[in-house]
Design a protein. Sequence first.
Length: 279
Amino acid sequence: MNLPQFYVDDIITRALKEDINYIDVASDYLIPDTQRDAAYFIAKADGVLCGLSVALRTFELLDDTFTAKVYKQDGDKIQKGDLIAEFSGKTVLLLKGERTALNLLQHMSGIATATAKAVDLVKGTNAQITDTRKTLPAMRALQKYAVVCGGGKNHRFNLSDGAMLKDNHIDAGGGITNAVAALRGKLGHMVKIEVETRNLEEVREAVAAGADIIMLDNMSNEMMREAVCVIDGKAKTEASGGITLETLAETAKTGVDIISLGALTHSVHAFDISMRMKK
């Protein structure tokens, strides 16, 4: 998965503008413009790396003399103490870009690491781990890229990727049957319909209506097992709502096809990586 460079550059540029504004009152008044230094990224925990090219691009956008030597790649498993990359450039620009580069690198590596843990927990089952649209504003592409680096799959990137009928859509659209029928009459052949269900009665209605994917929302594992039997392969099944790393393995054993986890992107812990100047 490769993100367009112009898209990534836009995210980085906006982050730099927010942080630097027009002056760094520490670096600009302390460090001569001609001074150059070398620095490196080092892992301070075990996990999965993601966002290294984004972090290094931060410095490239600031400094056209910036150079780097990379020792790890996105998706690599890393351990505490691993040297990730070495680089050099104008000292004042390394200092100005440090926080933005680390924010992106730590956040994306945190998502990849959490995703890898989730994927490992469902091994041996039919379930695939996916993200959701519960992403940080303007960060969705980077966050979803990080999920892929961790071994997960992407759910919808935006509202045009598929028609998901959640409870409010269903209530406003006259119920599951009416809502699915109305969409079928207007959607193109490439667009799938997913229906959110909260109980077995709604599951049966979604099957009868011809939903392509049926979300089992905030159901107990026992109810999900029953729902999978009711659906019987007539639609893909997705478990969602209230699922944690502690409950993930048991949820996967219910036989669902997909487990979507909003926590992978909306509340993940940053992965600990440091940038240090070489002495």
